[in-house]
Write a protein that binds this ligand. Sequence first.
Ligand code: KG4
Ligand code: ZN
Length: 363
Amino acid sequence: MTPAQLVLGIETSCDETAAAVVRRHADGRAEVLSSVVGSQVAAHAPYGGVVPEIAARAHVESIEAIAEAALAEAGVGYAALTGVAATAGPGLVGGVMVGLSFGKAVALARGLPLVAVNHLEGHAVSARLGADIAYPFLLLLVSGGHCQLLSVEGVGACRRLGSTLDDAAGEAFDKIAKALGLPYPGGPALEALADGGDAGAFQLPRMLLGRKDCDFSFSGLKTAAARLVEGVSGETQRRDLAAAVQAAIAGQLAEKSDRAMAAYALAHRGQGLRFVVAGGVAANRAVRARLEATATAGGFSFAAPPLAYCTDNAAMIALAGAERLALGISDGLDAVARPRWPLDEAAANANPIHTPGRKGAKA
Ligand code: KG4
Ligand code: ZN
């Protein structure tokens, strides 16, 4: 049993300004009292992607109102909080600085401990917002900026098993969606178009299958899909191509996860085998279904966050902060905003893999 926590979470690392209040009970159970997400999609849509300067300015303009809304919805005042957790990276550094500075101001003014949260650790705990999931677990983190397999041993203790060599899966969804003329953000739009399509109508390359590791690659798929788009005409063909792309991405995620499950199971003999998928791409139903089948076949339980907590939100940041506070861990007011901040720093330093993601190289 660790002390109960009531934490205000702040998230501003990309194009969502978010605040949430989460209670972490003494037995470890998480309860989301509020989760407010102010999307900037409309501001960035004309540019087909996130513009860092526009994002940072929009965060400055809305962060205070969004934090107030989260507290009001939760029915708690600043005085009831036991801590503040703000994303300190990785991400677009201008935006990260806005949220982290706001978190520091609240901590200073209210005499609360601050936790400078790694955004990826937020995604890593996000499935715990919907279910009790014990450590350790195997995590597939798939978002717009990241695609990695991690063995999560405990709070802040991750070992990387594999990572993308080029694009993140969400980035592949977004770029191929753009080639298909779909609006930004492309992932959900491509999923909607793929509905009812025949995934077998198009042949797409299966990447890196000869390799024994757990690394991903999506650039060949992106190039092949872009070439196919040029020859496609009519709604049926577009739907079929979208379905084929979605199946190819889900297939690669499942194949590499399957390989990681074998390695993870060897290292965790006699322990419960849990597989968790998190990040924006975990919202995709075809991806979820494919991964669930893979997990079940591999003897793993399967968990994914509730849909609202797949894409960026502050509830996951609040929970990551609460887990640290429960262990007596907090950060000083000199915590810095970090554009790059790998979860497994040792692996990242030994074998740096740079992804030119929409948030810049950071994985
Ligand atoms: O986790 P997230 O909100 O931000 C990052 O930390 O990157 O993930 C956003 C990514 C985008 O690439 C978006 O297109 C993708 O997740 N995404 C989806 C779906 N919903 C969001 N991709 C496929 N299908 C979806 N339903
Ligand atoms: Zn994210």
